[in-house]
Structure formats: C-alpha cells, structure tokens
Design a protein around this ligand. Structure first.
Ligand SMILES: O=P(O)(O)OC[C@@H](O)[C@@H](O)c1c[nH]c2ccccc12
Length: 261
C-alpha cells in the first residue's frame, strides 16, 4: 500500500465511526449550517496576489512542520496579511489537524475557509459545512468520475465551493465537469511526495478557461508565482513555507508585499 492508500483506508474507518457518534441530522442542526458561505473562487478571480495560506502542523512527507502555534493566531495573521483564503488541514492521524481547528479558525476570521481533507463520503461534506467551511477539496487520485460528480453536486447544493485536485493528465481528463469551481494542480505526487512545479505548467493548457486555476504545494518564492501566473494560475496554495516560521501571518504578509501586487 502506498501512503495515499493507507490514508484512505484509515479514513473510511474514521468516517464510519464518526457517523455512529454524530448523526447527519445533528450536523444539519448545527448553527453554522445556516451560515451564508463566501466564495474562494470569486476572491481569487478578483485578486492580484491569489494566496491561499494553509494551516499544517505536520505531514507524512515532512513530519513535524510546526506544533507550537495557535490556529486562531495563525488564521488572524493570515487574514491580516491579506490572503484570499485559508486552508485548514482537518486530518488528525497524518497531518495533526482536527475539526476543532476548522471551527476555531471560523470563529476567528471571516475570509473563505477550505476544509483540507481526504473526502471519500458525503458525510464529510456535511461536516465541513457544519464546522464553518466555505470550500471543500476533492482529490481525483482517490475518487472515480462518478464520485466526483456526486460529491461536487452535493457540495454545490450546500453552497460550498469545490476545489478539485489533480496531479496528472488522466486525473484531469476524468474530472472536468461543470459542478467544479476551481481546478488545482498538486505539484506534489501524494504517492511518492516528489515535488515539481513543472506539473502545473504542463497541465495548465489542458484546463478549460471557465475554471479558476490553482497551483498547490512546493511554492516558496515570489518568482515561482510570477512564473505560474504566465500559465494562467490565479490561486497559489502555500503551507510549509509559512508554517515553518514562528509567525506564519507575518511571513505571509512579507511574501505578499514582495509580490508587489
Ligand atoms: O506545504 P506546501 O508544500 O506549500 O503544500 C500545501 C498544500 O498544497 C498541501 O498541503 C496539499 C495539497 N494537496 C493536499 C491534499 C492533502 C493534504 C495536503 C495537501
């Protein structure tokens, strides 16, 4: 089993257990379930910087990144820096995140929040909404075209934006459908952890114009962003580069200033 298979194997067990503890009726009764969501796709389309900043304590590829921070401080720091939105890792076992991280971030900021998760069940989409998320991530590497269709349409009905993540041409071709808002190219192969920004460049021409293009992972310089902008990218998902510092908000602020946009 590769790491992605392991994550999905564990995730199925986790979701089955969660369903027994918190039924969907309870999720739907959450006060946040009625909250009007905000669109990350629109924020990116109207932005000249396009930064989506991530909260990530650790990862299977890097082990510990930063375990000493308060998620609310990070969220407020990112928002003050002027990012377009924040990605909050909610997987516990491999990334050290939690649903509480999402809830706490929601309580602290009003910018669009993306629930960064391995979604394999509609239950997790209801959960995302109930904990204050505006956007969900769907990962093409772990879903069939049919599942992507069902989950994205379900998310749209809940007024959530959908970011669909691909890593190669095959995943991209199988995923294109009108119920997606943003197409993200993950520069990191989730099976081998290899990172190359060339993936974003190669796949850029195959993404239809109606989708907001997002480049994800391994981005650590202003030059990389200016380069990717030439390939039509409007969104840039950055985690480690900010999270490895003592003050991710301040790092994001300096980064955005250096972008000069
Ligand atoms: O820390 P980085 O290299 O800037 O990457 C952020 C983000 O793209 C990465 O965390 C990510 C992209 N897709 C994912 C899917 C699951 C978990 C994590 C991810």
């Amino acid at each position: 089993m590769n790491i992605l298979d392991k994550i999905v194997f564990d995730k199925r067990k986790e979701v089955d257990l969660k369903k027994l503890i918190i039924p969907t009726s309870q999720l739907e009764a959450s006060a946040l379930f009625e909250r009007p969501t905000v669109s990350l796709a629109k924020a990116l389309a109207n932005s000249s910087t396009g930064i989506i900043a991530e909260h990530k304590r650790r990862s299977p590829s890097k082990s510990v990144i930063n375990q000493n921070l308060n998620v609310q401080d990070v969220a407020v720091g990112y928002e003050n820096a002027g990012v377009c939105g924040m990605s909050v890792l909610t997987d516990g076992k491999y990334f050290g995140g939690s649903m509480d991280d999402l809830l706490l971030a929601r309580a602290a900021v009003s910018m669009p929040l993306l629930r960064k998760e391995f979604i394999i069940d509609e239950y997790q989409i209801l959960e995302a909404k109930a904990y204050g998320s505006d956007v969900i991530l769907l990962i093409a590497a772990i879903l069939s075209r049919e599942e992507i269709k069902i989950y994205s349409e379900f998310a749209k009905k809940l007024n959530l934006n959908v970011l669909l993540e691909v890593h190669n041409e095959e995943e991209l071709q199988k995923s294109i459908m009108p119920s997606l808002d943003m197409l993200g190219v993950n520069n990191r192969n989730l099976k081998t952890f290899e990172v190359s920004l060339e993936i974003s460049k190669i796949l850029s021409t195959l993404i239809p114009d109606e989708f907001v293009k997002v480049s994800e992972s391994g981005i650590s310089s202003v030059e990389a962003i200016n380069d990717l902008k030439n390939y039509g990218y409007k969104g840039f998902l950055i985690g480690e580069n900010f999270m490895k510092t003592d003050n991710p908000g301040k790092s994001a602020q300096q980064f955005i200033k250096a972008l000069g946009a």
